[in-house]
Write a protein that binds this ligand. Sequence first.
Ligand code: NAP
Ligand code: HSE
Length: 428
Amino acid sequence: MTAPLRLGIAGLGTVGVGVVRILRKRAALLSARTGRDISISAVSARDATKDRGVNLSSYAWEDDPVALATRDDVDVFVELMGGSEGAARDATEAALAAGKHVVTANKALLAIHGQALAEQAEAAGLMIRYEAAVAGGIPVIKALLEGLAGNEITRVMGVMNGTCNYILTRMEADGLGYEALFEEAGKLGYLEADPTLDVGGIDAGHKLAILSSIAFGTRVNFDAVELEGIQRIELEDIRQAADMGYRIKLLGLAQRTARGLEQRMQPCLVPANSPLGQLEGGTNMVVIEGDAVEQVVLRGPGAGEGPTASAVVGDICDLARGMRVPVFGQPATTLEAARPAQSGLPAPYYLRMALMDKPGALAKIATALGEAGISINRMRQYGHSEPTAPVLIVTHKTTRAALDMALSAMQETGVLAGDPVALRIENL
Ligand code: NAP
Ligand code: HSE
């Protein structure tokens, strides 16, 4: 039998502990599948005294992840700490410099430094695997890198953040507010160390930027993702959307257009009876469209210990088997710097706003829309809470640029009480 594959694992939180558990519980199965034993040489986290619910006594402990990453008895550095800078970046770079392969679940690191890390790894003949970085337990990276390699990919879209989907579906089902749901998502192990990355759409934006790179052969460009989080979505929006037969989802979409590479991650209304509309809780869905395959839909748990650890262990198995694939599917030096494009395709929009309850207020809003060339499909004033009147408008198809023009004209009218909520309607 080939010599064991020796791991150094930095990060023993939700994902790290999950990985240790699978490696211990399934040692014989993994050995049978890969043809070699997979062993853990050393581990690292911030607090050596914390009880993590797994027995770590047979592994060496390193306080410093860089020291762990460069140990002689480590073949693969498994980075499960998180963050685009600091320990995660330093230790990953050190591991590559020391000739170690890397497995990571860290989308922030790859979305910001993926190009440089891929170039460093490939120049040294090393692999970086990151299945867990996008959509948790769904093998979407593998699907794009390997199974769909024969396709020109035309579009990638989906729901890629478990926390946001959990919050949005539980808000609708149980009428709960953000605070209670944050606590629940935390207990389920879904949240990032900084949960504003989740609700701000940033975590999902990181994931979309990584998928775009593989799908379109472009350098990861997270800065070009049009980004909007779910923080402004209220129970009222969820109820109004449901009333019209829609659900609100944090939806990502990346596609090549004649204007350049469009990447957007934003809350949208999708038909409640569509596959995306029916996603519940921490479930993710990624839809990939290619010229030969047409459409592939991948659905599964997007966060939490088991699913994420499953993806990390899958990557470790690939390395144990000796698999070699360029980090983003083609040599990093050949990836193109794509021209970013703002989303141009027109869509209907949902607008919710509170108006000062005075004569002519509604007319001013209708005028602002009309002057931007936007036609109203439905409009209604519902309920009444002195001194403002809540108003809901659904537009006919329009562009985001025209809508932005109308929204800024509305601000000038002096009849708005607060900023309107504007959500794209995707009739998938
Ligand atoms: P977590 O529960 O917060 O665990 C992070 C671990 O990293 C902790 O053990 C922590 O040590 C350790 N750590 C943090 N900074 C460190 C430093 N400077 N030096 C040494 N150790 C350090 O996070 P997680 O949920 O497992 O996530 C880990 C990674 O997986 C992140 O990149 C995350 O984005 C990604 N991910 C998570 C999920 C998920 O569902 N949770 C899914 C996909 C991807 P202490 O325990 O001692 O504090
Ligand atoms: N915080 C992330 C989520 C973890 O909720 O989807 C999985 O990447």
